[in-house]
Design a protein around this ligand. Structure first.
Ligand SMILES: Nc1ncnc2c1ncn2[C@@H]1O[C@H](COP(=O)(O)OP(=O)(O)OP(=O)(O)O)[C@@H](O)[C@H]1O
Ligand SMILES: [Mg+2]
Length: 270
């Protein structure tokens, strides 16, 4: 089982070139839970994941892991605890799927790098879980968008961290692979206690799969809580400027958002 790590963001201000994107943000990730971050394009979701995974240094405030600043942790030690799948990762040219996934094991190797059987096992398990084993020897450049996304997910899984952050992991995946991935993350969470934080644009999948939703607006935390409290018509309107109706998802019992546009709407809809 994993260790329950506490990752907290306190009075965080961060951005690019002096322009703040996140402002005065406070957030405590719930250890051992699945959190989904939702919000409009450009509201700062990826920026938040970058700061929480130390890819971006805050302008003010801090990010702590188990009470200590993540900016003071040795890189390898942090990478053994926290993994990030970025929104648009770039693979080295010509790298094979197996080599890419193997890179997930680097934080686990010693100073005199020794590849062990546990590393082979972790890579094989990650390839198997993402159904990429048959493509292991293919070059990442030659894959379809969905296959490439699964290769990156396999790399993040091979890293085998207690805390896993994923920025729009369902991008490029067909509906069946989306569900397979989210089920896989639920399995990881249930079996290993992995804390999962993911950015999702599909509010209904977010409400179905996450224990906790965090809604951002203009770089600030608008509301957070269980899906029933966050996925409400008022919040959908505040965050996306969209009129909607919330019903109960007959499959999961969680809230489900039906958008109301200008067309294809029955007369009796509000
Ligand atoms: N490297 C960068 N340099 C300068 N500005 C950036 C950089 N990355 C992001 N931004 C800006 O920061 C703001 C927030 O971007 P961010 O990527 O965090 O949004 P997001 O909520 O993840 O959006 P999306 O849903 O489109 O992925 C945007 O206005 C964006 O243009
Ligand atoms: Mg983003």
């Amino acid at each position: 089982m994993t260790v329950d790590h506490q990752l907290s963001v306190t009075e965080l201000t961060a951005g690019y070139g002096g322009t703040p994107i996140l402002q005065g943000l406070n957030l405590d990730l719930l250890p051992g839970q699945i959190t989904a971050i939702v919000g409009a394009n450009a509201c700062g979701k990826s920026t938040l994941l970058r700061v929480m995974s130390r890819l971006l240094r805050p302008d003010a405030g801090q990010v702590t892991l188990d009470g200590g600043s993540i900016h003071r942790m040795p890189t390898r030690a942090l990478a053994r605890v926290l993994g990030l799948l970025p929104q648009s990762p770039v693979a080295p040219e010509g790298i094979t799927v197996a080599d890419l996934v193997s890179r997930g094991r680097h934080p686990h190797q010693g100073l005199v790098s020794r590849w062990r059987r546990t590393d082979d096992e972790a890579v094989a398990a990650a390839l198997d879980a993402t159904r990429m084993s048959d493509l292991a020897d293919r070059s990442v450049d030659e894959l379809s968008g969905g296959q490439r996304q699964r290769a990156w997910i396999a790399m993040a899984l091979a890293q085998d961290t207690d805390l896993l952050m994923l920025d729009e992991p369902t991008t490029f995946l067909d509906v069946s692979h989306q569900i397979e991935l989210l089920d896989l993350l639920c399995d990881l969470n249930a079996r290993r206690g992995t804390t999962i934080v993911m950015v999702l644009h599909d509010l209904n999948l977010a409400a179905r799969y996450a224990d906790h939703l965090v809604a951002l607006r203009h770089g600030q935390l608008l509301v957070q809580g269980p899906p029933e409290d966050v996925l409400v018509e008022r919040t959908v309107h505040q965050v996306f400027g969209l009129t909607s109706r919330i019903v109960t998802d007959p499959v999961s019992g969680r809230p489900m958002m039906l958008p109301i546009g200008r067309h294809r709407t029955r007369a009796e809809s509000p």
